[in-house]
Design a binder for this molecule. Structure first.
Ligand code: GLY
Length: 334
């Protein structure tokens, strides 16, 4: 043998599995007048994704379809209707991962794509890379058949008003006192999160197990309100807001991105499932770790290769849904 060992392992089983799809539409204090829209959006995403799984389609196709629906729904902080940057633009991040092929694709800071999760899929399938960001990602998507739109098509008046209110609070020194993190921490990051905690973390995501036993995960976001242009959060960073490996689990997170990134919380959670802890327990442990270690808040959906799953959040609510062979259900708390 002249070189090192050359081999590839594709991890999937030939056994027939009952498909499962879980989705989330953000973890925060969802106002009463927005509850129905959140549950309806999550149900629409379940319907689109599970239709693919039930006809034998792949987990990767299912999570892409589910997240596309959530990006198109202006209820959520993903796609059209996302939070605005401090200069009033929508900048989107998304990642998806195929746990059977161990392939991932991500885009960040894209401004001219209606569905960044579809651009992420193109990165996964058509490029030798895991990430392409900014104008390069937009040009890559255009070259592979996606349309570029004007950023203004993604911006809602609702979000212009929300940005103006956030900037007024910022000018007043973040007077809002709802943040439940470490109050002795006066860093710019914590001051920002302190303000943001009373607002939406509507990042969306999905995890799926298909009939062939393959896992996949997808997460998409407009990021945080009033973020600095160019800021990238946890959602599109591999192992932070999204991860999938057939030998471990599939995960999607939502919430204040910076603490999730520092803990690499998605990989933290899937490693624990691989080591033998149930997804139900790991989901609760992950959110406890997020809060106890860094004062973070958010939510998680986690699905193991045997179909066991866990959901948890430490926010007042998290929009979530599950579809199995037995039917589907949605909820606003776990
Ligand atoms: N979790 C979304 C973000 O912080 O960007």
């Amino acid at each position: 043998m002249t070189g090192g060992m050359h081999y590839h392992i594709r991890v999937s089983s030939t056994a027939k599995h009952d498909p499962i799809l879980l989705v989330h539409g953000g973890a925060w204090a969802i106002p009463r007048d927005a509850e129905a829209a959140h549950e309806a959006g999550v149900q629409n995403a379940l319907d689109a994704g599970y239709a693919i799984l039930s006809r034998g389609g792949s987990a990767l196709d299912a999570v892409e379809a589910a997240v596309t629906i959530l990006e198109d729904d202006p209820t959520f902080d993903a796609g059209r209707g996302s939070f605005l940057t401090s200069d009033g633009r929508v900048q989107l991040d998304a990642l998806l991962m195929d746990g059977g092929r161990m392939k991932a694709g991500g885009v960040a800071c894209v401004e001219r794509l209606r569905n960044p999760i579809q651009a992420a899929r193109l990165v996964l399938e058509k490029s030798p890379h895991v990430y392409i960001v900014g104008a390069g990602a937009e040009q890559f998507a255009l070259a592979h058949g996606m349309s570029l739109i004007d950023n203004a098509e993604l911006v809602l008046d609702r979000e212009r008003e929300r940005l103006a209110a956030a900037q007024a609070r910022q000018a007043a020194g973040f007077a809002d006192d709802t943040f439940s993190g470490h109050k002795d921490d006066k860093s710019p990051e914590t001051a920002f999160a302190h303000d943001a905690s009373s607002h939406s973390h509507d990042t969306v995501g999905a995890v799926a197990l298909d009939a062939r036993g393959n896992l996949a995960a997808a997460t998409s976001t407009g990021g945080t309100l009033n973020k600095t242009p160019g800021r990238v959060g946890d959602s599109s960073l591999i192992g932070c807001g999204c991860y999938a490996d057939n030998l471990a689990a599939a995960v999607s997170l939502t919430g204040w991105g910076e603490p999730i990134m520092k803990l690499v919380l998605g990989k933290w959670a899937t490693d624990r499932v691989a080591a033998g802890t149930t997804p139900e327990l790991v989901a609760r442990e992950a959110i406890a770790y997020l809060y106890n270690r860094l004062g973070g808040h958010g939510g998680i959906i986690l699905l193991g290769p045997d179909g066991r799953f866990g959901l948890a959040h430490n926010t007042p609510a998290m929009a979530w849904g599950i579809a199995t062979v037995s039917g589907s259900r949605t909820g606003l708390t776990v």
